[in-house]
Design a protein around this ligand. Structure first.
Ligand SMILES: Cc1cc2nc3c(=O)[nH]c(=O)nc-3n(C[C@H](O)[C@H](O)[C@H](O)COP(=O)(O)OP(=O)(O)OC[C@H]3O[C@@H](n4cnc5c(N)ncnc54)[C@H](O)[C@@H]3O)c2cc1C
Length: 432
């Protein structure tokens, strides 16, 4: 699949002849036929299995209370041949690359159960990638295998209650070598999925050299049944509740073998960055899926109601809502697709990922805000999905890097180019 995607993205039907292949990859926004067929299957799965299953949840935002529904959806996904699409085939997946996953995530945006059913949701999806990138074969068999098969859940523990965690060099949780063990001490919070997770990938300080900055941090796998690991409380958040909540964790003299280190010592944030790129694109495309559904509902609503002698749709101010949301969606999709294309071709993408994460999370908020306004009071009623999405959307500007921090990264790159006497164009997507 990956090879097919890459090849078809490189072919330009206008300029390619049998004799002359293009010198550089050319952007082609058409969906390759193989991927189009897969997307059709994902759409059918969501329409026929996922959406009807939403009514079976004991609580609309608490999937853990109805895990049997998720298990059944995973079985259906396996039968349809679309389970764990992001994993290589040896791990039971389809080997779909970043572009394909972006498009699948867009479909999944319509229901919180969809990514769960495919076993391609955060934080497990990111942890699977991390184990693929940085795990030894033994670590992969021990932790990736059960995760890929959907037998366990996991979490990723970085953020801490006591320090501003946007700055990774603030993190205080330590891992100290003691004989053949690491001993971890510290506190974490907002650890998605930690309640009931089988293991955590913990960001811990293993070095103490101020000059090394983020290179003092490593990733260590901690099975959650290790003595000293304790879920203290779940603060509860507004908006969607992922399976296992977002609890606060205490690590007190947690002792794990040295071989639980993932990758090299001090490589924690280098690995985490790799893990985050694809995950941020998948989030962005899920948000686009939600925003599109909200715009569809908004346009229909404006055609259904009348005010001051005319359809709502005839009032220009409301037409502007639609137009502005369409532009937000168009720009968002192009940014994600272009960025996914860069990842797919192994091109530099750090700047683009930061712009995608920031722009799309904020566009989602704008589209949903307009949808609420266009629906009037019904827009904030909980029997309409709009209100739920509106509340869910707020967190998107905070998790996976808050907007301000991404803006800081983006600006830093622009200033670096300017200081070198170059145009900032390369830091603006590096397009033609
Ligand atoms: C739904 C949800 C799920 C999450 N899941 C996880 C998870 O699974 N694992 C995990 O480890 N964490 C998780 N988090 C935590 C999240 O990653 C952090 O909240 C985020 O990184 C910000 O850190 P902080 O809360 O400590 O904010 P702080 O670092 O205290 O920042 C506070 C504010 O200051 C701003 N700020 C910081 N630096 C600057 C600057 N230089 N200039 C301008 N403004 C600045 C920030 O943008 C932010 O708005 C989750 C959060 C949410 C909401």
């Amino acid at each position: 699949m990956r090879a097919i995607l890459a090849r078809s993205l490189m072919e330009d039907p206008v300029t390619t002849t049998a004799a002359a292949a293009p010198a550089a990859p050319t952007i082609d926004f058409r969906v390759p036929p193989e991927l189009a067929e897969l997307l059709e299957r994902v759409r059918a799965y969501i329409a026929e299995d996922v959406i009807p299953a939403e009514a079976e949840l004991a609580h609309p935002t608490d999937v853990l209370a109805s895990w049997d529904v998720v298990e059944r959806l995973r079985e259906r996904a396996r039968e349809r041949g679309i389970y764990t699409p992001h994993l290589p085939q040896d791990w039971g997946g389809l080997g779909v690359g970043p572009l394909g996953m972006a498009l699948i995530s867009q479909e999944c945006g319509v229901s919180m159960l969809a990514s769960l059913g495919l076993n391609a949701m955060a934080p497990d999806e990111g942890n699977m990638h991390t184990l693929l990138i940085a795990g030894t074969r033994e670590q992969q068999e021990r932790w990736l295998r059960p995760l890929a098969e959907g037998r366990v859940r996991s979490c990723f523990a970085m953020t801490e209650p006591d320090v501003a965690s946007s700055d990774p060099t603030n993190l205080r949780t330590t891992a100290v070598r003691d004989g053949d063990s690491w001993v971890l001490n510290g506190r974490k919070w907002f650890i998605t999925g930690a309640e009931g997770a089988a293991f955590a990938i913990v960001v811990a300080k293993t070095g103490d050299d101020d000059r090394r900055g983020h290179r003092n941090y490593s990733l260590i796998v901690v099975p959650t049944d290790t003595p000293g690991w304790r879920v203290v409380r779940d603060p509860g958040i507004v908006g969607a509740h992922y399976a296992g909540g977002h609890p606060e964790i205490e690590l007190r003299d947690v002792r794990v073998p040295l071989e639980n280190l993932l990758g090299g010592e001090g490589e924690g944030f280098v690995i985490a960055q790799k893990r985050l790129a694809g995950g941020r694109l998948a989030h962005a495309m899920r948000w686009i899926g939600v925003a599109q559904r909200a715009l569809d509902l908004t346009a229909r609503r404006l055609l259904e109601r009348e005010a001051f002698g005319r359809q709502l749709a005839q009032h220009q101010a409301l037409q502007f809502f639609l137009a502005d949301s369409a532009m937000d969606l168009y720009a968002s999709r192009l940014m994600v697709l272009h960025c996914a294309w860069k990842l797919e071709h192994g091109l530099p993408h750090r700047q683009e990922v930061a712009m995608v994460k920031t722009f799309v999370s904020e566009a989602l908020g704008r589209v949903l805000d307009r949808a609420v306004q266009a629906f009037g009071s019904h827009g904030i009623a909980t029997d309409e999905p709009i209100a739920q999405w509106y509340v869910d959307a707020r967190a998107a500007r905070i998790y996976d890097g808050a907007s301000e921090v991404h803006r800081m990264t983006i600006a830093r790159e622009l200033l670096k180019l300017a200081a070198a006497g170059e145009s900032t164009k390369r830091g603006c997507g590096d397009l033609a």
